[in-house]
Ligand binder design. Structure first.
Ligand code: MG
Ligand code: MG
Length: 249
């Protein structure tokens, strides 16, 4: 069921989103060679709790940590570990925070030290693909408008579009209806209504878009060809003249 949020709910979602944004900003200076992904997870969880919120993903369907941290060929749902970030890595950090019952959800992929030009292009274009998707949001438009914009942009730059994983509604649950695919056709899918809150989250790859789930932990999604993948996500509310980003500044 797709719900339209009240002004009171949107205010709480805005607060949750701000905590997620602030957590990203807090973590940024720590993202460098030598830090373990477990340490980033600990710092992120501590910060989220210091803001009076709880990490949305901890315990979600049994996920063991606060943040999803996915390195290089890992697409999403990476489990923080003793892996130490290395110069040239890219690291996707997906953060969810719940404030007074309402969630915010935002992922960002960061470079570690100096990255090669292919990875640089992947980050730049996946971030832009997110904004292309957000630009396609208009009240009384359709969910398919978003996917078409993202897919078109990605294919223009010969990037793979992961299709098995999609964006989603956000509210009192971190994952709600509707699904928000990163592909599709404009004028198809559910209507976008003012007050709908959705997470838009392109996951693009340098090579094939095909993925598998790591059988060692049944969580981590990895590209089939082991090429790098990036993930950029904002939670937004549909407004009269487009959308407002809830997980931004
Ligand atoms: Mg997320
Ligand atoms: Mg999400």
């Amino acid at each position: 069921m797709i719900t339209i949020k009240s002004d009171r709910e949107i205010a709480l979602l805005r607060k949750a989103g701000k905590i997620v944004y602030d957590t990203h900003q807090y973590l940024k200076p720590f993202i460098r060679e030598g830090i373990t992904t477990r340490e980033l997870d600990r710092l992120g969880e501590e910060f989220i709790r210091s803001q009076g919120a709880t990490p949305s993903f901890k315990g979600y369907e049994g996920f063991p940590c606060a943040l999803c941290i996915s390195v290089n060929e890992e697409v999403v749902h990476g489990i923080p570990s003793d892996y130490q970030l290395q110069n040239g890595d890219i690291v996707s950090i997906d953060i969810g925070a719940c404030y007074q019952g309402y969630h915010g959800d935002s992922a960002w992929t960061y470079p570690v030290g100096e990255i090669n030009k292919e990875k640089k292009a992947l980050l730049e274009h996946t971030e832009q693909a997110l904004y292309e998707g957000l630009k396609a949001i208009h009240k009384d438009g359709h969910i398919g408008d978003i996917g078409e914009a993202i897919e078109k942009y990605a294919l223009n730059y010969h990037l793979g579009v992961v299709k098995e994983l999609v964006g989603h509604g956000v509210g009192t649950n971190v994952h709600e209806d509707p699904d928000v695919p990163n592909y599709g056709k404009s004028n198809t899918g559910p209507r976008l209504r003012k007050g709908m809150v959705i997470a838009v989250e392109p996951m693009l790859t340098l090579g094939s878009p095909d993925i598998y789930i790591d059988s060692n932990n049944d969580w981590t999604v990895i590209t089939d060809d082991n090429q790098a993948s990036a993930h950029f996500e904002h939670t937004v509310v549909v407004t009269d003249d487009g959308c407002e980003i809830l997980t931004g500044e």
